[in-house]
Design a protein around this ligand. Structure first.
Ligand SMILES: *Cc1c(COP(=O)(O)O)cnc(C)c1O
Length: 451
């Protein structure tokens, strides 16, 4: 029915194609760049034909009380802004989205920022923001009649894909880098019935192999080069705007790996602005790990106009990506919104994660780069105390329990990494202690820790 509601527009050369015309690897046949989903009708509509902002805001909120399954999804309740399916009845949902926005009072106080919040995307059905993208792109795969879907993954994409594929009755193939993904995530792909191959290469190598496979076999690619994933991943922008009564926060800080999520959130806010639902967009800042910082290097070298891949090293496995596919889109979001692109080291990540944990929230190491990055920006005087800041926490703390345990046991950071931070690290460490099974021994252990 809505064949011409959406088009794919090449981010590089502007070429336009219809959705089903895309190549299996989602690269532009003309220039090789990525596509973005575009809704040409929105610009053309005039006057009474334009969506009414007040009516949409009312409708989206009303749907939270509806008894329809689709309305319970924090992605599909905004479906007027992602008309990517011919029939919304094809949507595959696990009731993703509608994630909590928490205040971070202690971290805010320590930084001298009154209004500091965490949008916790780790509270999605499989524990990461990838669910919001997967419900969108996997629904397209089902509608187009694919029997197989596939992704290369640092872990969370495969967990999300496997779950949504299982719900839809599709088969799924996962390629992961050997030894470099967290057990929590790998176990999810197995639990949801994916065929999982561990390749002796890194994430970027897995992408190369999978690209060849999807060119030859009728398998639908669900990496974030798939532009429909970004349509789902833009919806937290709508939720954030809604949570602030359609004023927007001053600043949103997002981790950067393959750089699709920052691109998607930027698109979400841009569309809200273009459609007249919000009066401005927040500054969007991207934070990478120091050992996986190709976009940071690109901003230092040439303002984000060209990017050299790097060999990626960080214990924050979700952002261990040296050749991010969506870097051009993310660079544009940073430019257009006046945000920054910066990196943080392993010690800064570990400490920030412990602080988020001690607020009773917890998150994946990759998510903690947001707080670590904010601390750096604040130290440089780039964030004022009166600003409203939202950290996007991308994944759940249980995804990588080994990391947390290693930190608290004191085995995570090397002596060199910890040097100069010993006191701060000690103040956060809460290792489990072995004591005799007597009240006196337990009380003694508490005293030792209460000083
Ligand atoms: C995928 C992922 C990221 C990185 O997102 P990109 O879109 O690849 O930049 C960050 N954190 C977590 C927990 C993730 O799963």
């Amino acid at each position: 029915m809505n064949d011409n509601l959406h088009q794919l527009r090449c981010f590089g050369c502007g070429a336009r194609i219809s959705g089903p015309e895309a190549q299996p690897d989602f690269r532009c046949a003309v220039c090789g760049d990525l596509f973005e989903v575009d809704y040409p009708g929105w610009g053309q509509r005039q006057g009474n034909d334009r969506p009414n902002p007040g009516a949409l805001k009312w409708l989206w909120r009303e749907r939270r009380c509806s008894s329809e399954e689709l309305d319970h999804s924090g992605v599909w309740r905004f479906r007027e802004l992602l008309p990517i399916l011919d029939s919304f009845g094809d949507a595959v949902t696990l009731r993703e989205g509608n994630t909590p926005l928490y205040a971070l009072p202690r971290a805010g106080k320590a930084l001298g920022i009154d209004q500091l919040f965490a949008k916790h995307q780790g509270m999605n059905p499989t524990g990461s923001f990838k669910d919001t993208g997967m419900t969108a792109a996997l629904s397209v795969a089902r509608e187009r009649g694919f029997k197989w879907v596939a992704c290369a993954s640092t872990g969370n994409t495969s967990a999300a894909m496997a779950a949504y594929a299982a719900r839809a009755g599709l088969r799924s193939l996962v390629l992961i880098p050997e030894g470099k993904i967290a057990w929590g995530k790998l176990s999810q792909a197995m639990d949801y019935g994916a065929i999982t191959c561990q390749l002796k290469t890194d994430f970027d190598g897995c992408v190369r192999v999978l690209t060849q496979i999807v060119r030859e076999e009728p398998i639908y690619l669900l990496n974030s080069v798939n532009p429909y994933r970004l349509e789902g991943q833009k919806t937290p922008a709508f939720e954030i705007a809604e949570a602030f009564e359609w004023t927007v926060p001053d600043h949103l800080i997002v981790p950067g790996g393959n750089l699709a999520n920052s691109s998607a959130l930027g698109k979400g806010f841009r569309e809200l602005h273009e459609l007249g639902l919000v009066a401005r967009v927040p500054r969007i800042t991207v934070v990478q790990a120091e050992g996986a910082n190709p976009l940071v290097r690109s901003f230092l070298a040439n303002q984000g106009t060209a990017m050299e891949p790097v060999e990626a090293h960080t214990r924050a496995t979700a952002i261990r990506i040296g050749n991010p596919a969506s870097w051009r889109k993310a660079a544009r979001v940073i430019h257009d919104t006046g945000g920054w692109c910066l990196d943080v080291n392993e010690t800064e990540i570990a400490l920030a994660k412990a602080e988020i944990g001690s607020e009773g929230l917890g998150c994946e190491p990759a998510s903690a780069v947001t707080l670590a990055g904010l601390k750096k920006l604040r130290a440089k005087g780039l964030v004022a105390s009166g600003e409203t800041v939202v950290l996007l926490l991308t994944g759940h703390t249980l995804k990588d329990a080994d990391y947390t345990i290693d930190f608290h046991r004191g085995t995570l950071l090397t002596g060199q990494e910890a040097a100069g931070h010993e006191v701060e690290i000690e103040s956060h460490r809460r290792d489990a202690v072995a004591v005799d099974a007597t009240p006196a021994a337990v009380l003694a252990a508490m005293k030792g820790r209460m000083g």
